[in-house]
Design a protein around this ligand. Structure first.
Ligand code: NDP
Length: 273
């Protein structure tokens, strides 16, 4: 019998997850189906309950339900707990297990696919929303030399830094929150745009010179050239979009569900083409 999975979101029509998981399933000869499910904005828990009753085995969760999924899960993986959000659900007899594969997806794309080591590097993380929170711990685990979080609403970046300081498990990494204007005169090896500014084609007020020679400019958005990417190209940075992260986080979900790790490179290449 075919095992059923889906991505739950609102909106969800744009999601590439069904094609990605179909490619993984073909490659690994796993008998699964993967659908898109539009949940009502006030009906996430009911949607999950109905899916479980219908025999689904798990789901991905996208905007705007990642926080609700975190609270719905009866058990969380450590990385979901660290992220404070859930993007992957595993349905078991006992209840719903919540995981977060976004951070590991980003780190794998940067380190493995783009061959840029994070250890010892000066990293700038722009944004303090769900995506930035989700990748913070996995990035810190790679022990960058410095991690600066910069956000339009500075308070949110300050809260993220405070939480890290309170936990105390990354005290060997210098973690700071800075306003955009305070970045003037500093250069970073890796700059990660985790804002949604690109969705509205908005420019980030970043000072020129923030890219060290040979720096990687990584935009979590994919499918379009954002103003951040254009800015980074003009500054001679190496530019990457978030397609690799998307495929890598999907591969990690697939592994959680099926116990088989698909090859991501051919899937990334196929989507790029
Ligand atoms: P949130 O809504 O939680 O956070 C949005 C963030 O963007 C906030 O930090 C917000 O700042 C900032 N922002 C929005 N507009 C602007 C602007 N005009 N100028 C400056 N800052 C702005 O969104 P998420 O964190 O969930 O998602 C962020 C992005 O990451 C999305 O584009 C999403 O598509 C992408 N993403 C990609 C993934 C992938 O697999 N490639 C996975 C997950 C996310 P403020 O706090 O001041 O409002």
């Amino acid at each position: 019998m075919t095992d059923r999975y889906a991505v739950i979101g609102h909106p969800v029509e744009h999601s590439k997850s069904p094609q990605i998981h179909a490619a993984f399933a073909r490659q690994t000869a796993q008998d699964i189906s993967y659908e898109k499910i539009l949940a009502p904005l006030d009906g996430f828990a009911q949607t999950v309950a109905a899916m479980r009753a219908d025999g689904f085995m798990g789901a991905n969760v996208t905007v705007p339900f990642k926080l609700e999924a975190f609270h719905l899960a009866y058990r969380l993986t450590e990385r979901a707990n660290d992220a404070g959000a859930v993007n992957t659900l595993l349905f078991t007899g006992e209840g719903v297990i919540g995981d977060n594969t976004d951070g590991v997806g980003l780190v794998r794309d940067i380190q493995h696919n783009l061959a840029v080591a994070i250890q010892g590097k000066r990293v700038l993380l722009i944004g303090a929303g769900g995506a930035a929170e989700g990748v913070l711990h996995p990035v810190l685990e790679q022990q960058p030399g410095l991690l600066v979080i910069s956000n339009r609403t500075l308070d949110k970046a300050l809260i993220m830094v405070k939480k890290i300081e309170e936990r105390g498990d990354f005290r060997f990494v210098s973690v700071q929150a800075q306003a955009f204007e305070d970045l003037q005169g500093q250069a970073f090896d890796i700059v990660i745009n985790a804002t949604s500014a690109g969705l509205s084609d908005s420019e980030l007020p970043l000072p020129p010179g923030i890219f060290a020679p040979g720096a990687l400019a990584y935009d979590m958005m994919y499918g379009r050239e954002t103003p951040f990417m254009k800015f980074a190209r003009l500054q001679q940075a190496r530019v990457a979009d978030g397609l690799g992260m998307l495929v890598e986080q999907a591969a990690e979900s697939f592994y959680l569900w099926r116990g088989v790790r698909p090859l991501t490179a051919p899937v990334i290449a196929a989507f790029r083409a």
